[in-house]
Ligand binder design. Structure first.
Ligand code: ADP
Ligand code: ADP
Ligand code: MG
Length: 245
């Protein structure tokens, strides 16, 4: 216990919540502790990702235990892999039940970057990972008449809402197990006030009883914290460094 607290202090990991799991020290440990596929760990190594960053140390075990999370860590500190590893672990193998993980990004450029990182980390596992480029193509690709051989969707919110609003809806989110809101501080910024309503709409469409939600951002914002405390289930908050930097 004391040892763990010293370790958290050293890496400036602050975790708030009930029964927070201990941070992991290595990626390898995730194989024994949570059954993370060795291929993923090898892919990480192949990309030069050898040792978990502080946000990865703490956020990964939290999500592995299927806890809802609000995670804040500086830009460039590896938040993408922090949410992708638990998502890939829980999806286990490709299925044909439609999308089971949804990642919301504030910009199309970020959505593409996240898509690419997801492809790299999951290389060799056969997951069908997509991002919505043209809405008209997406309607044919993902609509009710499609094969439903998809696993992970990365998108900006507007185009997803547009698809959900089609009659009948052009995409089905009922099998979503993980909803990731990346750069949640940007999505909640002033001038994007519509995002709260969009998010409510997306939440409503992800109506599986076991859907889990994770919020990641570079900065602590009071609005997002309040929103998460109000709307998430027994949320764990993870902050790296000073809470307001
Ligand atoms: P953030 O979302 O926190 O801004 P990213 O997830 O985009 O950060 O990661 C920034 C860079 O760090 C990427 O190039 C990524 O591949 C790299 N990276 C991620 N995790 C690690 C790690 N454990 N060790 C070394 N580099 C890493
Ligand atoms: P995003 O934030 O998703 O990148 P964009 O700025 O690309 O949003 O604009 C996408 C928006 O434009 C959608 O929310 C939708 O309302 C509208 N839109 C996109 N494609 C079409 C289409 N094929 N037909 C009608 N409206 C569309
Ligand atoms: Mg990021």
């Amino acid at each position: 216990e004391e040892e763990i607290n010293a370790y958290k202090k050293k890496h400036r990991i602050h975790a708030i919540g009930a029964d927070v799991p201990d941070p992991v020290v290595t990626f390898h440990q995730l194989n024994g502790d949570y059954g993370l596929n060795q291929t993923i760990i090898d892919n990480m190594k192949g990309c030069g990702l050898e040792t978990p960053t502080p946000i990865q140390m703490q956020a990964i075990p939290v999500m592995m235990e299927r806890r809802e999370i609000l995670a804040c860590a500086p830009t460039g500190s590896g938040k993408t892999a922090a949410f992708l590893l638990p998502v890939l672990c829980h999806l286990k193998t490709p299925q044909k039940n439609g999308f089971r993980a949804l990642i919301l990004s504030p910009t199309r450029e970020l959505a593409k970057q996240t898509y690419r990182e997801c492809m790299r980390i999951s290389d060799g596992l056969g997951f069908r990972i997509h991002y919505i480029n043209k809405v008209s193509t997406a309607i044919d690709k993902f609509g009710p008449k499609s094969s439903q051989r998809f696993d992970i969707l990365v998108t900006t919110p507007n185009r997803l809402i547009f698809m959900l609003k089609q009659e009948p809806p052009a995409i089905d989110l009922k099998n979503i197990e993980w909803l990731i809101v990346d750069e949640s501080d940007k999505l909640f910024e002033d001038g994007k006030t519509g995002f709260r309503e969009q998010l409510a709409e997306i939440f409503k469409a992800c109506d599986s009883t076991n859907v889990r939600r994770a919020f990641f951002s570079a900065t602590f914002t009071y609005d997002v914290e309040e929103w998460c405390k109000l709307n998430l289930d027994n949320v764990v908050q993870v902050y790296i460094g000073a809470r307001n930097s």
